[in-house]
Design a protein around this ligand. Structure first.
Ligand code: ACO
Length: 510
C-alpha cells in the first residue's frame, strides 16, 4: 500500500515539475512587486496546476507604543530579571482604546495592498485568524470588505477562524489549499492574523503583546509551503481559554499551557519527521530528519525563553531517536546520562532542560535566535506570533543567505491545536526576484521597532484599566491620542448606541 502511495507521489512530483516549468514560463514576466493581474493568473491556471504555492508578500503591523519589561519588573515588584531574563522579554507593545481587532486588520491589509500595488479585484479569498472576539456573529473579514468597495469586488471567499493562537495557521492552510484546489479561480488569497494579547494583572501580564500580519498567498511564491509536510496534533485541554465573553482576558493555567505546548511540539515533530522520511524514502534516502535539515526554525512565541526551551526539546527528540548518537564528542557530548529518559516525563525535568539548553545553545543562536526580534520587542501577538518570527528572519538575511533553504515552523494554539510545517525558500536571488523584493519589503523592521514611543508602566496600567472598563461599551468615543499612531494606521472613532463601530485612517500629511 505504502509503495503504491510512494510511487504515485513520485508521479505527482514529476508531472508537477513539468507543469511548474510551464506555469513559470507563463507567469514569470508578471512576477515582481506589481503582481500579475487576476486575468493573467487565471489564464495560466486554465491549463496548468499551480506550483510553488506559498507566501508572495508579507506585511507586519505592531502598535506604536510599548512598555519596557525592565521597568515593568520594578513596577510589579518582582525580582529584577524575572521578565527580561526568566521570560526573555525586552519590551511589550500594546494598544490604547483607539485600536481594536478590526482596526489592526484594516491597517495591515491596506498596507499590504498599497505597498504591493495590488488591485482589489486580484483577491479571490481572504481569511482572518484571530482570537480577539468583539462580536459573536459579525466576522472581522466582513469589516475588511470595506477595503474592496472601490474595486467593486465582492466575490471573495473565506471568513474568520478561531482557536487561540492557531487561527492564522488554519487560515494559511485554507488559503494554500484553495489555490491548490479545483475551486481556485486564478486569483490571490490573502491571509490576515491579528490579536490584542492582554492579561489581568499578575504573572501572565508581561507575556502580552499586540499586532497583525497579512500574507499574500499564490503560486510561484518565494516561500513555498512544502507539500505533504505538515505534522498536526489536536487535543482537548483547558490550558488557556476565554469563557468570559464580557472580559478581554483569558483564563490561564500557565504551567499547564507550557506542558501542553511542549507535548504538542513533540507530537507534531514526530508526525512531521515521519512524513518527511516517507518522502525521502521515495527519493531513495532513509535518514531520519533532524534539526540539521532546517536552516531556520520559527515557533509560536508566547515568550522567548519558551522558544529556546522548545528548540532544546527538538534536540532532545533528535537525540532520543538516534540510539547510536555519539556522546563522546560533538553535538551530544556529555548527554549519555539522558539516553533512556522518556519524552513525556521530561516536561518539568530541570536537569534535562538545562543539559539540552546548554548543548543546543550554538545551533539555537544560528537557527532560531534571529527569529525572536519582533517577539522580544513586542511580545506575544497570539495568531501572528509565528509569522512575526518568520518576518524577523526575512528582515535580517539576504536573498543569497536564504536561497534554497528550509524554514521550519511550529504553530500552537491553546485548547489545543498545533502544527509543524515548513517553507522552502526560492533559489532565485536576482535583484528583481520575488524573494529579493519580499526581503527588501521587510528590511525596515528593526528601524520601525526602534521608532516606537516608550510609555511608563503606570500609564500602561491606566490604559489597561480604561480598556477593561470600556472595551464592551456601546455609545462610546475612545480617548486615546490619535497623533501617537503610526501614519496610515486605522483607528476606532466611535461605537454607537447599537454597537456599530466606525473607523478612520490616521494620515497626518493629507
Ligand atoms: N532572574 C532571572 N530569572 C528569573 C528571576 C530572576 N530574578 N525570577 C524568576 N525567574 C525565572 C524563573 O526561574 C522561571 O524560569 P524557568 O521556568 O526557566 O525556571 C521564569 O523566570 C518564570 O518564572 P515563574 O515563577 O515560573 O513565572 P510565573 O509563574 O510567574 O509565570 C508564566 C510564568 C506561566 C509563563 C506566566 O507568565 C503565564 O501564565 N503566561 C501566559 C501563558 C503562556 O504564555 N503560556 C504559553 C503557551 S500558551 C500561549 O501562547 C498563550
Amino acid at each position: 500500500m505504502s509503495r503504491i502511495f510512494t510511487r504515485s507521489r513520485r508521479y505527482i512530483q514529476l508531472t508537477g515539475e513539468l507543469r511548474r516549468q510551464r506555469s513559470l514560463r507563463e507567469l514569470s514576466p508578471a512576477l515582481g512587486r506589481s503582481f500579475a493581474s487576476a486575468s493573467a493568473l487565471f489564464k495560466a491556471r486554465s491549463d496548468s496546476w499551480p506550483q510553488d504555492v506559498g507566501i508572495l508578500a508579507l506585511e507586519v503591523y505592531f502598535p506604536s507604543q510599548y512598555v519596557e519589561q525592565q521597568e515593568l519588573e520594578k513596577y510589579d515588584g518582582v525580582d529584577a530579571g524575572k521578565y527580561t531574563v526568566g521570560l526573555g522579554q525586552t519590551r511589550m507593545g500594546f494598544c490604547s482604546d483607539r485600536e481594536d481587532i478590526n482596526s489592526l486588520c484594516l491597517t495591515v491589509v491596506q498596507r499590504l495592498m498599497e505597498r504591493n500595488n495590488l488591485q482589489g479585484s486580484s483577491i479571490g479569498r481572504l481569511e482572518v485568524g484571530t482570537e480577539t472576539i468583539i462580536d459573536k456573529s459579525k466576522a472581522v473579514k466582513t469589516v475588511l470588505m470595506q477595503l474592496f468597495e472601490d474595486s467593486g469586488n465582492t466575490d471573495i471567499e473565506g471568513i474568520d477562524t478561531t482557536n487561540a493562537c492557531y487561527g492564522g495557521t488554519a487560515s494559511l492552510f485554507n488559503a494554500a489549499n484553495w489555490v491548490e484546489s479545483s475551486s481556485w479561480d486564478g486569483r490571490y488569497a490573502l491571509v490576515v492574523c491579528g490579536d490584542i494579547a492582554v492579561y489581568a494583572t499578575g504573572s501572565a501580564r508581561p507575556t502580552g503583546g499586540a499586532g497583525a500580519v497579512a500574507m499574500l498567498v499564490g503560486p510561484n511564491a518565494p516561500l513555498t509551503l512544502e507539500r505533504g509536510l505538515r505534522g498536526t496534533h489536536m487535543q482537548h485541554a483547558y490550558d488557556f481559554y476565554k469563557p468570559d465573553l464580557s472580559s478581554e482576558y483569558p483564563v490561564v493555567d500557565g504551567k499547564l499551557s507550557i506542558e501542553c505546548y511542549f507535548s504538542a511540539l513533540d507530537q507534531c515533530y514526530s508526525v512531521y519527521r515521519r512524513k518527511f522520511s516517507e518522502q525521502r524514502q521515495g527519493d531513495g534516502v532513509s535518514d531520519l530528519l533532524t534539526l540539521n535539515d532546517f536552516q531556520h526554525m520559527v515557533f509560536h512565541t508566547p515568550f522567548c525563553k519558551l522558544v529556546q526551551k522548545s528548540f532544546a526539546r527538538l534536540m532532545l527528540n533528535d537525540f532520543l531517536s538516534d540510539p547510536n548518537a555519539n556522546t563522546e564528542s560533538g553535538l551530544y557530548q556529555g548527554l549519555q546520562a539522558f539516553r533512556n529518559v522518556k519524552l513525556a516525563e521530561t516536561y518539568s525535568n530541570k536537569e534535562v532542560e538545562k543539559a539540552f539548553l546548554k548543548a543546543s545553545q550554538g545551533i539555537f543562536n544560528q537557527k532560531t535566535k534571529p527569529s525572536l526580534l519582533l517577539s522580544t520587542q513586542n511580545g506575544n501577538m497570539y495568531t501572528p506570533s509565528v509569522y512575526g518570527c518568520l518576518a524577523s528572519v526575512l528582515s535580517q538575511y539576504s536573498a543569497q543567505q536564504l536561497a534554497d533553504t528550509r524554514i521550519g515552523a511550529f504553530s500552537y494554539g491553546s485548547g489545543l491545536a498545533a502544527s509543524m510545517f515548513s517553507f522552502r525558500v526560492s533559489p532565485n536571488t536576482a535583484p528583481d526576484s520575488p524573494l529579493t523584493q519580499l526581503l527588501s519589503s521587510l528590511s525596515d523592521l528593526p528601524e520601525r521597532l526602534e521608532s516606537r514611543k516608550p510609555v511608563k508602566p503606570d500609564d500602561f496600567a491606566n490604559i489597561m484599566k480604561l480598556k477593561e472598563e470600556t472595551h464592551h461599551l456601546a455609545n462610546y468615543t475612545p480617548q486615546g491620542t490619535v497623533s501617537d499612531l503610526f501614519p496610515g494606521t486605522w483607528y476606532l472613532t466611535r461605537v454607537d448606541e447599537k454597537y456599530r463601530r466606525s473607523y478612520s485612517r490616521y494620515q497626518p500629511n493629507k
